[in-house]
Design a protein around this ligand. Structure first.
Ligand SMILES: [Ca+2]
Length: 492
């Protein structure tokens, strides 16, 4: 807390200095509207096509589809990691995984050296370091009221320096504060978690309506095992499943989110805050295997299915409605929100994202040379790997068995069926060098050592951190088989 407080002080000084400069130099600036509010909605494990506006015709998401129609849809949006905690760390810090070292969900049941790991996986931080200036610290320093609702996953406990309160959020609401057991969708009275978190969010919005606010809503949904609002399941069961991606309990879970998005938008309308408020909707990693086809791979993997997510930015009157195939990633939200909120970037913190503020205001797309990912761990089906996307080309490096790379052209082959590494050796070599240079520059941990405890016969435990990638699958995770996917949530 105290270190955050100290930082806050220096931030205020910086911002005051900035404000003075604005007053002296640009009188027109003062005529601008107040700093926009931000509601950042981060869904857990929602895959790229799990909402209507991304082409899913089974699930009904009218509120999200309306948000998308009135906002800007990023059709090639990426999570900055294929897994829960690292993407959340990337979001809060604006940094790629090697910089903050939160590589995966740290789970004592699956440490590096587990017998089903061929390599010794990299050690991962479980907490985001307090030295990191987070989005709420930066926006808070610029005068924002800040609030957090839901799942943090970047430091255990309710209080302390690496909890949301220690990392810059003034208002903090965990599911536990509302009487929900860990990972439970319902409380003992039958309340639904998304509904209750949204109640709290709306109370915060109402309270802070006259001041710019930043609300980070990190829902437990739509993570397996599913336990959706009972009133939403029946209609999906009646619809019938055309293929295994049409899943009644999963669809109802998604609609449970959607109807709370409807409440959020209705409240903003009622308070006449809609045009003063940026709403961002996205997910922390790619979907679970059943739902990601035709993309290859799923949560944990660096194939598109593991990292492609839905993303929409809505700001009526300011962001022109439409869609774009500009590749963007979680790390871009930090500089974007700081720019839009007129908050100063921390001078000593390398930021790896690109600000989309100008682009959102109708200017040209920003220069974006490359996107990188680094996941030196095991989760689900995933093995330690690293990846780079440059233009339409994507190269994935796999560290097991002495390492190998795969090369894809995402324009011709969005489903990554044709590895072109052998056919395009020069391009593969150049991109490999690019990726290695980035790994070195960012201090990326590279797993090289063979795991002495490796046992080819060892079976990865079902559930736990791998749950999203192979813990019985969501079909088995609902109704009667919920034990089969273990704690589920630990997988992030
Ligand atoms: Ca997740």
């Amino acid at each position: 807390m105290s270190s955050a407080g100290k930082r806050r002080g220096s931030w205020v000084a910086l911002i005051l200095a900035g404000a003075m400069a604005v007053v002296c130099g640009h009188t027109t600036f003062g005529a601008e509207r107040r700093q926009p509010n931000v509601i950042l909605i981060l869904i857990d494990d929602m895959g790229w096509r799990d909402v209507g506006f991304m082409g899913n015709s089974f699930v009904e998401t009218p509120a999200l589809d309306a948000l998308a129609r009135g906002g800007l849809v990023f059709t090639q949006a990426y999570a900055s990691a294929p897994n829960c905690a690292p993407t959340r760390a990337c979001l809060m810090s604006g940094q790629v995984t090697p910089r903050h070292g939160v590589y995966t969900v740290v789970d004592p049941r699956q440490p590096p050296g587990s017998p089903w790991h061929k390599l010794l996986a990299a050690e991962s931080n479980s907490d985001l370091a307090t030295e990191v200036v987070t989005i709420p610290e930066a926006l808070g320093g610029a005068g924002y009221a800040t609030a957090f609702f839901g799942m943090w996953n970047l430091g255990r406990g309710r209080r302390g320096p690496t909890t949301p309160g220690g990392q810059g959020f003034e208002t903090v609401v965990f599911p536990e504060n509302l009487g929900f057991a860990k990972d439970a969708y319902h409380d003992n009275a039958g309340n639904y978690l998304s509904d209750r978190l949204t109640d709290e969010l709306l109370a915060f919005v109402e309270k802070e309506r006259d001041r710019p606010f930043f609300a980070y809503y990190a829902d437990h949904a739509v993570h397996a095992p599913y336990d959706p609002p009972a009133d939403l399941v029946g209609k999906y069961e009646r619809k019938g499943e055309r293929d295994r991606r049409d899943h009644a309990a999963y669809a109802a879970t998604i609609e449970g989110v959607d109807r709370n998005v409807a409440r959020i938008v209705a409240t903003l309308d009622r308070l006449a805050l809609r045009e003063e408020t940026i709403v961002v909707f996205t997910s922390d990693n790619g979907g679970t295997p059943q739902f990601t086809p035709p993309l290859r791979g799923s949560k944990g993997q660096l194939y598109e299915g593991g990292i492609r997510v839905p993303m929409v930015v809505s700001w009526p009157g300011r962001v022109k409605p439409g869609s774009t195939d500009l590749p963007v990633a979680t790390i871009d939200l930090y500089p974007t929100l700081l720019d839009l909120g007129r908050a100063a970037a921390p001078p000593a913190q390398p930021l790896d994202g690109t600000s989309l503020a100008g682009f959102l205001s109708g200017k040209e797309a920003p220069e974006r040379e490359r996107l990188f990912w680094h996941f030196p761990c095991y989760v689900g089906k995933a093995t330690p790997s690293s990846a780079v996307r440059e233009g339409d080309w994507k190269l994935v490096e796999f560290f097991e068995d002495g390492g190998h790379v795969e090369l894809f052209n995402l324009r011709d082959d969005p489903h990554e069926q044709n590895d072109l590494a052998a056919a395009e050796p020069k391009r593969a070599d150049t991109l490999t060098k690019t990726l290695r240079a980035w790994q070195e520059a960012t201090g990326a941990a590279i797993p090289k050592a063979v795991n002495p405890a490796y046992d080819p016969a060892a079976v990865r435990p079902r559930g736990g951190p791998g749950a999203g990638g192979g813990g019985g699958g969501p079909q088995g995770a609902y109704r009667g088989k919920r034990e089969a996917s273990g704690t589920g949530k630990a997988g992030g």
